[in-house]
Design a protein around this ligand. Structure first.
Ligand SMILES: [Zn+2]
Length: 59
C-alpha cells in the first residue's frame, strides 16, 4: 500500500543502477532496505518502477 516515501542511503551495488525512492509497502526492494540505510523522503530521486506498478494497481 502506498505510504510516505523513503529511500536507501546505501551506495549502489551496480554502477548501472539508478538511484530511486520507494513509496509502497509491498515493494520487495524497498522492504529489503536495512534500517541503518533507511531515510524518509524522496532525495529528489525518481520513483522505483516496482512501487509505480504497485501504486497503479492500488496495492
Ligand atoms: Zn520500490
Amino acid at each position: 500500500m502506498k505510504t510516505n516515501p523513503w529511500f536507501s542511503t546505501e551506495p549502489k551495488q551496480h554502477p548501472e543502477e539508478e538511484p530511486v525512492h520507494h513509496d509502497n509497502t509491498s515493494c520487495m526492494e524497498g522492504d529489503s532496505i536495512h534500517k541503518n540505510h533507511h531515510r524518509y523522503g524522496t532525495d529528489n530521486r525518481p520513483l522505483c518502477k516496482q512501487c509505480s506498478r504497485l501504486d497503479a494497481a492500488g496495492r
